[in-house]
Design a protein around this ligand. Structure first.
Ligand code: G3P
Ligand code: CA
Length: 243
């Protein structure tokens, strides 16, 4: 078993998710190949890295991420909810993450947006990827396939993925319309027949978010190219070494 490993929201069982601390932990483990992260926009239009649309779960703020300027978001504590050892961690900007990760790991960049929830997010994210010369190290993904189609229109050269939670309808058409070449799938829906039929056409796979060893083994056995995205990289890396 030698499938690539992606650390979901950074190494999120060692440090608070989607913080520079979690990304640094993932960078320090040489066998983690990719880091997954979630991008939204501040009120003043700066791409920031946080999963929830609201601030309560992972910061000491309240309300919607998009209602605050970057300056306001940067005053929040994004580490204490996890452990006092991480007090003072802030919500990173997407640019800060690129600065930290460039040349060290691949990135799976999830756009947390629906339609025009964050107008212009695609362009801003693409510009930063180009500014940091990371074109060949990223895949841009979203559950909202219209946003991936927009990424494709603006940046046909960048790798794009469709996030899928379930059995997709009209998948061939969705791939064609969006220009995506990656399927980022909720792992229970990955079956041998499904993987084989798309892999044979050059489609790549990411499986999320697998924390159970039995499922890691099952999915990895479907194809050695499937990226195993997990909150528990150490669990997967132990399997990768011993099986
Ligand atoms: O990238 C896949 C996975 O992160 C999607 O779910 O809710 O953890 O962002 P979520
Ligand atoms: Ca995500």
């Amino acid at each position: 078993m030698n499938n690539p490993c992606a650390a979901h929201r950074g190494w999120s069982n060692k440090a608070p998710e989607n913080t520079l601390a979690a990304f640094q932990k993932a960078i320090e483990q040489p066998h983690i190949d990719m880091i997954e992260l979630d991008v939204q926009l501040s009120r003043d239009g700066v791409p920031v890295v946080i999963h929830d649309f609201t601030l309560e779960r992972t910061t000491n703020g309240t309300g919607y991420v998009g209602d605050y300027t970057l300056k306001e978001l940067k005053q929040l504590d994004a580490g204490s909810w996890y452990s006092e050892a991480f007090a003072g961690e802030t919500i990173p900007t997407f640019e800060e993450v690129l600065q930290l990760v460039k040349g060290k790991k691949k990135l799976n960049i999830e756009l947390k947006c629906a339609g025009d929830w964050y107008p212009g997010i695609e362009k801003k994210v693409i510009e930063l990827i180009r500014q940091y010369g990371m074109e060949s190290s990223v895949v841009i993904t979203s559950f909202h396939h219209a946003n991936i189609r927009e990424v494709s229109r603006l940046a046909p050269d960048l790798k794009k993925g469709l996030l899928i939670d379930g059995m997709p309808l009209l998948l061939d058409e969705q791939l064609e319309v969006t220009g995506a070449t990656v399927l980022s799938m909720y792992y229970p829906f990955l079956t041998e027949t499904f993987v084989r039929s798309y892999r044979d056409r050059g489609i790549e796979f990411i499986a999320w978010t697998i924390d159970q060893p039995e499922e890691m083994k099952r999915v990895a056995a479907l194809d050695e190219g499937i990226v195993i995205c997990t909150n528990e990289p150490e669990r997967y890396l132990e399997l990768r070494v011993y099986t």
